[in-house]
Design a protein around this ligand. Structure first.
Ligand code: SAM
Length: 221
């Protein structure tokens, strides 16, 4: 693939992430949904695969667990978990963008529920507390996407002993990254989350300067 193609594709990511408001980002996803999956292949996006590897390693019950693909977009993580791991449990997907979700709905994933919901600062979700064994979230805790404080509310949807499998950028997210760190540190010190595992990787591996990123596995206490 040419450098020109790579740079043009990177510009699309910047439009979604480095915009002024969450609303602007959402409008951009409506357009980008058409090319999103192809563009991630061009960029070499490994986050969904990293999360799938962690799922394989840490989720013992692959027949009856209930999982939520949170900020799931076009459902790439769900697709890998369902088809690469032959996961037989229930998968719900939640995202603010109906066009991204429509793309997800067209894949062979057999979702139980497709939930359109814009997550606000409190992280309150339209599901009962402790509804899920696992929440998987890839590429959604970034600026102008899921608010950093929302992690406090989101984890309530995981049952005690369940898992949060999360990818995030470890550089270049400024104040947002610091706020997310503070919120996660607080949840760990309050013994609501416990870090079980993590792996670092370079996000967008086809570009020269990859973005240092991590996939983290926490247990809900
Ligand atoms: C970079 S995409 C990641 C999609 C998918 N998880 C993946 O790894 O390909 C970020 C997704 O987060 C969703 N999103 C952003 N802000 C959101 C919010 N406040 N509430 C719910 N979804 C949001 C976007 O609509 C988009 O589909």
């Amino acid at each position: 693939m040419s450098n020109k193609q790579l740079n043009e594709t990177l510009e699309k990511v910047k439009c979604a992430v480095w915009c002024k408001t969450a609303e602007e980002s959402q409008n951009y996803y409506t357009l980008w949904s058409q090319e999103y999956d192809d563009d991630l292949i061009i960029l070499g996006s490994d986050g969904c695969q990293m999360a799938t590897n962690m799922f394989l390693k840490h989720v013992k019950d692959k027949t009856s667990s209930k999982i939520l693909d949170f900020g799931g977009g076009t459902g790439i993580s769900s697709f890998l978990i369902r088809n690469q791991l032959q996961f037989q449990g229930e998968i719900d997907i939640m995202d603010a963008n109906i066009d991204m979700l429509y793309k997800a709905s067209q894949k062979k994933i057999a979702f139980r529920n497709i939930i359109r919901h814009f997550v606000g600062k409190s992280g309150d979700l339209p599901v009962r507390d402790a509804s899920y064994d696992v929440i998987v979230t890839t590429g959604a805790f970034i600026p102008k996407h899921i608010p950093a404080t929302a992690i406090q509310g989101v984890i309530k949807a995981i049952r005690s002993g369940g898992l949060l499998i999360m990818t995030r950028r470890l550089q270049g997210t400024g104040d947002y990254g610091e706020e997310l760190d503070q919120n996660i540190d607080q949840l760990c010190s309050e013994k609501k989350l416990e870090l079980l595992d993590h792996i670092e990787y370079g996000h967008f591996s086809n570009q020269e300067n990859t973005i240092k990123s991590g996939c983290f596995v926490y247990m809900r206490k």
